[in-house]
Design a protein around this ligand. Structure first.
Ligand code: C2E
Ligand code: CA
Ligand code: CA
Ligand code: CA
Length: 279
C-alpha cells in the first residue's frame, strides 16, 4: 500500500515529493552502485544443533552507499525488485558468493554449502540457472556446495508456474533448494510435497515466539515432522537464546542459524571464524 511504501522509503525521502520520485533517484544510484562495486556480502554460519559443526553459510547482501553508509536489504531490495536490476544484482551476489566458496575450498575450510537468497524477479527472469552455471564454471564449484533459498511466497504468486519452471531448472543442476521464511505463507503443508526442494527454513518469527506462544512451538514441531516425513532438511533461523536452543534440541536433529551462534560478518571474519572452529 501507499502508506507502507512511505514508511519503507522514509530514509530516502527527506526532500522528495513522492514515492516514485524517491524510487527514481534510488534506481539511478543503484545503477552507479553496480558500476562502482558498492555491493558486498556478509556471511552467517549455520550449524548442526547436536554436533555444532558447520553445515552452511548464508550470504546476505549489503550496499556500501557512498553517502548513507552501509544499507541493509530492507532499505533497497524492494526498489531493486521493481526495476530491471534484480537479475543484475542477483548475478553479482551469485558470483561473489561462489568466489568466497572457492577461497574457502582453497583454504581447506569446510563451510558445508553456501546459501544464496534468490529474488522473485531473478527467479522469473529466466536467467537464474544461467547465472549459476556461469559462476559454477568460473570458480569450479559443484552444485553440492550450493543452496538456493527461495521464498515460500513465490509459489503463491500469479507467476507460480514460471517460478516452478525456473526452480526445476536449478534443481536439475543439482543445486540444493530451500524454502525460506517457511511457515509465513498459507497452505504450506499441503503444497510442499510437490515442490522440487531439499529443505525448509523455519522463519525466525516462529523461533522468536516459540517459548512464549505454544501455538508457535506446535508449528515448529509440525514443520520438523513434515520435513522428516518428506526426507528433506531443516534449518531453523533466528535462534537468539540458549533457552530457544535447548528447546529445539529436544525436537530433533537439524541445523540452526542465528545471533546465538554468530551475527552476519564480513568475508574476512567469516574466514577467521571457520578457521577457529576447525582448530
Ligand atoms: P532472510 O533470508 O530471512 O535472512 C535472515 C535475516 O535475519 C538477515 O537479515 C539476518 O541478518 C537476520 N538474522 C540472522 N540471525 C538473526 C537472529 O538471530 N535474530 C534476528 N532477529 N535476525 C537475525 P538481513 O541480512 O537484513 O536480510 C533481510 C532479508 O533480505 C533476508 O531475509 C532476505 O530475504 C533478503 N536478502 C538478504 N540478502 C539477500 C540477497 O543477496 N539477495 C536477495 N534476493 N535477498 C536478500
Ligand atoms: Ca534467507
Ligand atoms: Ca528467512
Ligand atoms: Ca525473512
Amino acid at each position: 500500500s501507499k502508506e507502507k511504501g512511505k514508511d519503507r522509503y522514509t530514509f530516502f525521502r527527506t526532500d522528495m515529493k513522492t514515492d516514485s520520485e524517491a524510487e527514481a533517484k534510488v534506481e539511478l544510484e543503484l545503477h552507479d552502485a553496480v558500476k562502482n562495486d558498492q555491493f558486498i556480502l556478509v556471511f552467517q554460519p549455520q550449524v548442526n544443533l547436536r554436533s555444532q559443526s558447520i553445515t552452511g553459510v548464508e550470504a546476505l547482501v549489503r550496499w556500501e552507499h557512498p553517502e548513507r553508509g552501509l544499507l541493509s536489504p530492507a532499505e533497497f531490495l524492494p526498489i531493486v525488485e521493481k526495476t530491471s536490476l534484480a537479475p543484475v544484482l542477483g548475478r553479482i551476489v551469485i558470483d561473489t558468493a561462489l568466489a568466497a566458496a572457492r577461497h574457502w575450498l582453497d583454504s581447506r575450510l569446510d563451510f558445508g554449502r553456501v546459501s544464496i537468497n534468490i529474488s522473485p524477479s531473478h527467479l522469473a527472469s529466466g536467467l537464474l540457472a544461467e547465472h549459476f552455471k556461469e559462476a559454477m564454471v568460473k570458480y569450479n564449484i559443484g552444485p553440492e556446495r550450493i543452496t538456493a533459498e527461495v521464498l515460500e511466497s513465490v509459489f503463491l504468486s500469479d507467476n507460480r508456474s514460471g517460478h516452478l519452471e525456473a526452480l526445476e531448472e536449478l534443481y536439475d543442476l543439482g543445486v540444493h533448494i530451500e524454502l525460506d521464511d517457511f511457515g509465513t505463507g498459507y497452505a504450506s503443508l499441503t503444497h510442499v510435497a510437490d515442490l522440487p526442494i531439499n529443505g525448509l527454513k523455519i522463519d525466525k518469527s516462529f523461533t522468536n515466539q516459540m517459548l512464549q506462544d505454544p501455538k508457535k512451538e506446535a508449528v515448529v514441531n509440525q514443520l520438523i515432522h513434515l520435513a522428516r516425513s518428506l526426507n528433506i532438511g531443516i534449518v531453523c533461523e533466528g535462534v537468539e537464546t540458549e533457552a530457544q536452543y535447548d528447546r529445539l534440541r529436544m525436537m530433533g536433529d537439524f541445523s540452526i542459524q542465528g545471533y546465538l551462534i554468530a551475527r552476519p560478518m564480513t568475508f574476512d571474519r567469516m574466514t577467521d571464524w571457520m578457521t577457529e572452529s576447525a582448530d
